[in-house]
Ligand binder design. Sequence first.
Ligand code: BG6
Length: 472
Amino acid sequence: MSKERLPDNFLWGGAVSANQCEGAYNVDGKGLSTADVTTAGSRYVKREFTDGIIEGKYYPSHEAIDFYHRYKEDIALFAEMGFKCFRTSINWTRIFPFGDETEPNEAGLKFYDNLFDELLKYNIQPVVTISHYETPLGLVKKYGSWRSRKMVDFFLRYCETIFSRYKDKVKYWLTFNEINVITLNPTISAGIVVKEGEDFDKVVYQAAHHMLVASAKAVKLGHEINPDFKIGMMMLYPIFYAETCKPEDQLAAMKAMDQHYYFSDVQVRGYYSSKAKSFLASKGIELETEPEDETALREGTVDFIGFSYYNSNVATTRPEAQFTGGNMLNAVKNPYLTESAWGWSIDPIGLRISLNNLYDRYQIPLFVVENGLGAVDKVEADGRIHDDYRIAYLREHIKAIKAAVIEDGVDCIGYTPWGCIDLVSASTGEMEKRYGFIYVDKDNEGKGTLARIRKDSFYWYKRCIETNGEDI
Ligand code: BG6
């Protein structure tokens, strides 16, 4: 039977991560994470991962938008928009400040109890990322982070603690944010700095193996603690088009995608594909594994795929191709698309194709857990913010999701646009790269009152949710 509308239980909401919005970086027993020692950068200047906190440098995660103290006010605004769900992450170092403790920090656990209770008060389902670009710095310094197999146990202790504690409050979980980003930016994603002279691929794929095993074991553990849990993987979906129909370009596009399916194949199917094994062999990489790993991967397959989608990319064999920006990758410019101020292409059809690609390949539910337009917003003299460009971006992407679900038969369970409230940018550390429906008065240097203002998109999204995506 063909559907005409999105399902009534479609999970409309918004997404953030702890390190990009909570602030309170050293409050109530919290330890330092990698994000807390990463300076602000800009579109032109790279963020710097420093050895501890250096006096005189600006670290945007330290205060961020102070969600830690203002979450009640912010959740009331999400409720006003009618959110059915809210995706955030638990900051690992609020629970295990150093990372290898045997007992958790009660004050940290209490904070998330309060946060989830506040959401549930409004019937907003928490969707929780267990690790979103905030690896404990203690584990980075003492063990080299995910280079070490020991991380699997530290991660599982953390998972057991939060699964048991929140088993009646949280149903939807995501293990690692954008797990495939370890190959693009191992520092931000996994706290790994590859040193000069080291074999980048060897380090990264070994660490990735530890993460894949940890994720699989977490999925199994979570299902034992509460069989109703829905535990997903989360990947950055970087759809690549071939620049031309030249077979070599098509091959380049296929190969570019293989690098990312490497991860989802393991997490969804429960084993390394033969292609993944050939890839490792071609790089001369022999993964160090334990006999139990094969079973662990097989028993820990995910319930759904969460993914981020911002822009599409182009693969080419043309050496003189002009490159442009994009989420975590610089890709070849696509002459058929416009771009954001940060050079990210705007391609709603790419989202429809991505949903189809993933569903055709895996046949398990999908969840678009990040999507949005980073833009500079202007507060008018009357205090209003007319972000029609953001509305246009989101409208077209929602249409793409509807087409995938209604016309193509894809099972997509929800949509949580990124940075539903303005927050610190992950790649640049700026505040002025804004995604939110809610404006936060703070600038790139950390100045501002932190006041919250509803943008035009706030009212538009409210109407969208009210009508289940019909009136957009
Ligand atoms: C995703 C990350 O890659 O993109 C988020 O999961 C990030 O943490 C988002 O914020 C948008 O990227 P940026 O660099 O504009 O913040």
